[in-house]
Design a protein around this ligand. Structure first.
Ligand code: SF4
Length: 237
């Protein structure tokens, strides 16, 4: 076990855990846009920065990937931390001025929603956090999308900026996207995402459309459960 202090609170926690995990377990909120327990730390958004003092050194670090250590002192809301977070948020807002989620977060942190830096005009809401990419690869196991391009032209897309041919339309990437960038529309017997339209399967009991046929075929191929056995929605199982 490790003894540390977070925001003047003495805490004993298991070695190997991160500052973010331990803080949250102890009711200390740290904002993030790219953290999900099932994906592990990505360190992309940098909103989770905290001040870490170890020995005579104090540094600002991303708490999502920083392991706790004996005697460590952490400040999650110091003036220095809040200044860094506001700067990060202003930069994210300049990249994605139309993201409702970012504007709400800015309001909560006293940051004007009007970008201080020159805003991008490509109407993207993508902050390049990689959550969608990691979810597709590590949780869904499909690898349909990635980050392409360089510098200011970096973007989340399918290989060669085409429609993702291996996508199964599960929608997990849209679900984890923190800024509302990935648009998914489900209307009756179809679902559209990443420019592709998928046919939805109707439940053989209640008739409700509940999942893309491609997704059920993928699950069937991975698990060996027949597509017929998968053709029942959660409510009717
Ligand atoms: S909808 Fe397509 S791109 Fe998104 S997680 Fe599912 S398979 Fe991957």
């Amino acid at each position: 076990m490790v003894n540390l202090t977070i925001d003047s609170k003495k805490i004993e926690a298991e070695a190997g855990r991160t500052i973010l995990e331990v803080a949250r377990d102890n009711g200390i909120a740290i904002p993030t846009l790219c953290y999900n327990a099932s994906l592990g730390p990505l360190g992309s958004c940098r909103l989770c920065v905290v001040e870490v003092t170890q020995g005579k050194k104090t540094r600002v670090e991303a708490s999502c990937g920083y392991p706790i250590a004996e005697g460590m002192v952490v400040e999650t809301k110091s003036e220095r931390v809040m200044n860094v977070r506001r700067l990060v948020l202003r930069l994210l807002l300049a990249r994605c001025p139309e993201s409702e989620q970012l504007r709400e977060m800015a309001a909560g942190m006293g940051v004007s929603a009007e970008p201080r830096f020159t805003p991008d005009k490509d109407h993207s809401k993508c902050i390049l956090c990689r959550m969608c990419v990691e979810t597709c690869e590590k949780v869904v196991g499909v690898c349909a999308i990635g980050i392409s391009g360089k510098g200011a032209k970096k973007a989340t897309s399918a290989p060669f900026m085409k429609e993702p041919s291996t996508c199964i339309g599960c929608g997990a990437c849209a679900y984890v996207c923190p800024t509302g960038h990935i648009e998914m529309e489900s209307t009756g017997d179809t679902r559209t995402i990443w420019g592709r339209t998928f046919r939805m399967k109707s439940c053989k009991v209640c008739g409700r459309y509940f999942a893309p046929e491609d997704q059920l075929a993928y699950i069937s191929s991975k698990t060996g459960v027949s597509e017929d056995d998968l053709a029942t929605c959660i409510s009717c199982r």
